[in-house]
Design a protein around this ligand. Sequence first.
Ligand SMILES: CC(C)(COP(=O)(O)OP(=O)(O)OC[C@H]1O[C@@H](n2cnc3c(N)ncnc32)[C@H](O)[C@@H]1OP(=O)(O)O)[C@@H](O)C(=O)NCCC(=O)NCCS
Length: 233
Amino acid sequence: MNPSPESSFFELGPDCEIGPNVLLGYRYPGCRAPTRIGARARIHSGSVIYADTVIGDRFTCGHNVTIRAECEIGDRVVILHGSTLEGRLKIGKGVKIMAHVYIPSSTTIGSMVFIGPGVNFLNALLPMRVPVVGGATIGNHVMIGGGVTIGPGVKIGDNVFIGAGANVVRDIPANSLAYGNPARAQPLPEKFGTMNDPKQIFNGLDLWDRRPADETWRDEDFPGRDAWLASQR
Ligand SMILES: CC(C)(COP(=O)(O)OP(=O)(O)OC[C@H]1O[C@@H](n2cnc3c(N)ncnc32)[C@H](O)[C@@H]1OP(=O)(O)O)[C@@H](O)C(=O)NCCC(=O)NCCS
């Protein structure tokens, strides 16, 4: 482990692998608590995580990821290179965020969610005019395709599939498929299934990591676990 010489304002669980030039516990004016990260984190070079952010176990973080203060991030979250989390936001368990995703403050993301590459979340309807900040709220087992824009204050229900490139400006009810600009919702066709596959969500699927697949996710509790187990019989 490279002990992040620029700062010691962090607490790491056991068995973490921290790459070079990673800055944990970045101090900002008024910061209070160290960055806390659970067991078995893997954080690649160039990433910066601010003080007052708490992250669960088995966190996987690509290169040059910025996570600012007061984020609450659950277990088994993957965030790939170049993504930015602006702070003061919540992310559940088993969330997979691909490269170059932007998530502003006051966004809430459920569990077992996939966020495709280049997705932008927004949190201000009238920026520079009316100072109201309201981020999006995303349910569980949501799949957000590549290049999607999710508008300020938009609520997306559980088990929703958002097609690539959609501009989501209105709420999307649970069990829907939505795509286009503006995105229009329709009942989720049967071929889309009832949830994101826990095996794909929980496992890193990193081309460059040749270690054997981690099967410990099978012991995890997660939303929809009972239904998923029943579907496997
Ligand atoms: C939404 C999606 C699942 C639809 O796939 P599909 O059911 O096979 O749909 P089809 O290709 O049969 O297209 C049906 C119609 O919807 C349109 N359409 C499909 N996807 C669309 C999208 N993302 N945006 C706008 N229109 C779309 C098609 O042009 C077609 O219109 P037409 O009937 O007038 O020709 C797919 O396009 C998609 O976006 N998948 C997600 C890919 C992704 O982002 N992966 C993330 C990480 S790699």
